[in-house]
Structure formats: C-alpha cells, structure tokens
Design a protein around this ligand. Structure first.
Ligand code: COA
Length: 271
C-alpha cells in the first residue's frame, strides 16, 4: 500500500495523490461513504489528474479506493436533494462532473483502475474510462440507475456497450443487478482478477512495467487504439501517422534496439 505520509490531499483529503517509481496514484478517500463521489471530490479528482498529467516523472496513473470495501460506490446520493433534484440542476451537476471525467477520457498517459470492493454507478464510469481494470476477487460491479430513477448518460453507456456488448449492458441497466468479479471477468468488464491480498502488488507490478517501457511507443498504442474505437469518418489518421513517425525517429527506439543487442535493460527517456 502507498505510504500515506507522502500523499497530497485534494477536496479536503477525500482525494489523495502520490507519485512513486514513475507511477502516479489517485486514491478516492471517503471510506465512511464507501468512497461515494461528491462534486467537490469530482473536482479534486480533476485537479489531481491534471497535476499527474503535467508531472514528467509520471508515466502511468493508478486509480484506487481507500478502506478496502469500495473502489467508488457512485455519486454521493446525499447531495442529490441539493444539487441534482431535477433536470436543470442535474444538467449543471453533470456538466461539472463530466468535465473531470473528460480529463480521464482524453488522458495522455496510461491509466489503471485497481478495484477492491464495490464499484457502482459513477464508480463504474471511472473504472470504464481507465485503460485497464484489475479487480480483487471480492469486488462487486453494478449500475443501479434504474433503482434510483437516473438516466446513466451517453458516455457511460457507450463505454459499457463497448466493453460488454449491448445485451449485457441491457441486463445490467434494466435490473440494476450487481455482478461479482468472476462474472465481470467473463463478460469483459475487467481484464484480471487477483486474490485480495495480492491486488495492490500485482497492480503496481503492471504499472511499473508500463513505466519502464518506452513512453512514445505506449503513447502510439494509446492514440491508435482510441482511433480504432472511433467511427471511420471521425478517425484522426494524421495523429496516428504523427506518433508513428515520432516513435521511429526517437532516441528511445535507438536505445531499445541497442539495449537488445547489448543484452541489457533499456533506459527510456520518452524522447
Ligand atoms: N452516496 C452516499 N452515501 C453512500 C453511498 C452513496 N453512493 N454509498 C454508500 N453510502 C453510505 C451509506 O449511506 C452509509 O452511510 P451511514 O453509515 O451514514 O449509514 C455508508 O456509506 C455505508 O454504507 P452501507 O450501505 O451501510 O454499507 P454496505 O457495505 O452494507 O453497502 C453499498 C455498501 C455501496 C452496496 C450500499 O451503500 C449502496 O448500495 N450504496 C448506494 C450505491 C448506489 O446507488 N450508487 C449509485 C449512485 S448514482
């Protein structure tokens, strides 16, 4: 687990940020409410994401929940009466929280959701926006929008459908049911399920592997996969070409092939 003394607080400490070994870590830290997200937390999350995006020492970002019982249990329902009670209020609420999610959707560095416990509603949206989802055995996933009378929105459903397909998306949305990590793995909602006590170590090991690989090659993969997922008419093939050229002309490509020939570990600079 990260050393809490090294963490920078946002949103009154309900969002924490840390950097270790080239890995940025954002912790949702409201365990008494199962890490339910208030608007202040959404905004603190955006600030932490921005700080890690602009920190050259950071090559990959992990999102995690504090307390062991939840990743994020969704939006903080206790705020709804005040900030999300009708369509107009909901639009303003949605605009402010969506602005922070947009930062994650367009994030230039790889992101990993490390999920232990409940991952519900807006927590699912966060997890689905991450590039990779690693889950503990005891996690539970669901989108209880139909139990609350909420419309989940286009972006969240787009990601759900692209991960699990339209039929599972319908089953999850119509029933509001929760599924366990075995089922989440089977339907493609998460990529790996790890015993609870090994989750953090395994997630960090994947993050450190990414942090030590060539940043431009990872950026090329991230940009290209994002374009593959777009409609053909919306694809930015110039961006794919530009990052391909940057990669093949990079000193890291030279370092990569030299290190292979010299049978040593490469030291990549991102240039
Ligand atoms: N918003 C606000 N508070 C929440 C919350 C949320 N999304 N999720 C949990 N909490 C609070 C509970 O109200 C409770 O507060 P209390 O101690 O003051 O009573 C505390 O967190 C612990 O929750 P509890 O239900 O007692 O824990 P649990 O382990 O039995 O169940 C959940 C955890 C997450 C399954 C359950 O709390 C739940 O279903 N939460 C709502 C999830 C949801 O609908 N999310 C979508 C929101 S759009």
């Amino acid at each position: 687990m990260p050393d809490l003394s090294q963490e920078t607080p946002y949103a009154d400490g309900k969002i924490l940020k840390q950097v270790t070994d080239g890995v940025g870590i954002i912790t949702f830290n409201n365990p008494d409410k199962r890490n339910a997200m208030s608007l202040e937390m959404w905004e603190g999350f955006g600030e932490a994401l921005t700080a890690l995006r602009d920190d050259d020492a950071v090559r990959v970002v992990i999102l995690r929940g504090a307390g062991g019982k939840a990743f994020v249990s969704g939006a903080d329902i206790s705020q709804f009466e005040k900030v999300r009670h009708n369509a107009a209020a909901s639009e303003e609420y949605g605009r402010r929280s969506a602005a922070q999610r947009a930062l994650l959707a367009d994030y230039p560095k790889p992101t990993i959701a490390c999920i232990q416990g409940f991952c519900l509603g807006g927590g699912m949206q966060l997890a689905m926006l991450a590039d990779i989802r690693i889950s503990a055995h005891d996690s539970q996933f669901g989108i209880p929008a139909a139990k609350l009378g909420i419309a989940y929105g286009y972006d969240g459903l787009k990601h759900l459908v692209s991960l699990v397909g339209p039929s599972w998306a319908r089953l999850l949305m119509y029933t509001g049911m929760r599924i366990d990590s075995t089922e989440a793995l089977r339907i493609g909602l998460v990529e790996r399920v790890i015993p609870d006590e090994q989750l953090w170590g395994e997630t960090m090991a994947i993050a450190i592997t990414i942090a030590q690989n060539a940043p431009l090659a990872i950026k090329a993969a991230k940009i290209t996969i994002a374009q593959v997922l777009k409609d053909e008419s919306a694809r930015d093939m110039d961006a794919v070409k530009a990052i391909g050229t940057a990669c093949m002309d990079s000193s890291d490509f030279r370092e990569g092939r030299q290190a292979f020939m010299e049978k040593r570990k490469p030291q990549f600079s991102g240039k």
